[in-house]
Design a protein around this ligand. Sequence first.
Ligand SMILES: Nc1ncnc2c1ncn2[C@@H]1O[C@H](COP(=O)(O)OP(=O)(O)OP(=O)(O)O)[C@@H](O)[C@H]1O
Ligand SMILES: [Mg+2]
Length: 227
Amino acid sequence: MLDVSQLRSGYGRIPILAGVSFSLGEGEMLGVLGHNGAGKTTLLKTIAGFIPVNGGSVKLCGSEMKAAAPHARARAGMGYVPQGRRIFPSLTVKENLEIAAARSRRAIGEVLELFPRITRLLDRKGGALSGGEQQLLALARCLCARPRVILLDEPTEGIQPSIIEEMIETLKNIRNSERLTVLLVEQNLECLTALTDRILVLNRGSIVKEMRGAEAHDREALAELMM
Ligand SMILES: Nc1ncnc2c1ncn2[C@@H]1O[C@H](COP(=O)(O)OP(=O)(O)OP(=O)(O)O)[C@@H](O)[C@H]1O
Ligand SMILES: [Mg+2]
């Protein structure tokens, strides 16, 4: 579904990604873990098309995307929820969802079945939601565009524990009901281990380790890696 090969990118002349390769199969949820500044956000931004590719390739369902603009990648099925929730604060929750659903003609009710908390807040302004609610809205909005692959950048960052649980449940439901392919950058080990059994560890722009199966569920081992 998503094939990333020898991907290189950076900011201006500063190289950050130093040749990252991995493949993500349909319905798979792949975790990415790494220290602050490791290049996790840079990886997602490069895949989504917000940073130019300096080398390597990004293929979505076999089609080369490395030269495509972000909106073209989005139209091809790439959903991206950036770090730090970017919703429209002055629009209502419903309007936020409708904008995303317009092009895909997806009924927002179908997405809302996965988001009971958001369903109760449809007429509220986006900016008047709590951080966790905004994060749920950002995810719901992404799904309204009917993506095939979603890139999620730290969906639990800075949100309350009670909503973290809800985010984990929501992501589990999405994985099970929509068979979506997800690349999940996450520093919350509970979230990561609950959702995926394959984790890439990124350090200084390179994948330094891949953990699978029992290893990917071993929170102590993961925590040690992060020390
Ligand atoms: N706009 C930018 N211009 C120049 N350098 C940048 C820019 N954004 C990020 N960087 C640098 O690129 C490197 C990787 O940053 P990135 O945001 O990808 O890290 P991250 O793994 O997502 O970190 P965090 O866990 O803090 O979100 C860091 O050294 C950072 O300082
Ligand atoms: Mg980041």
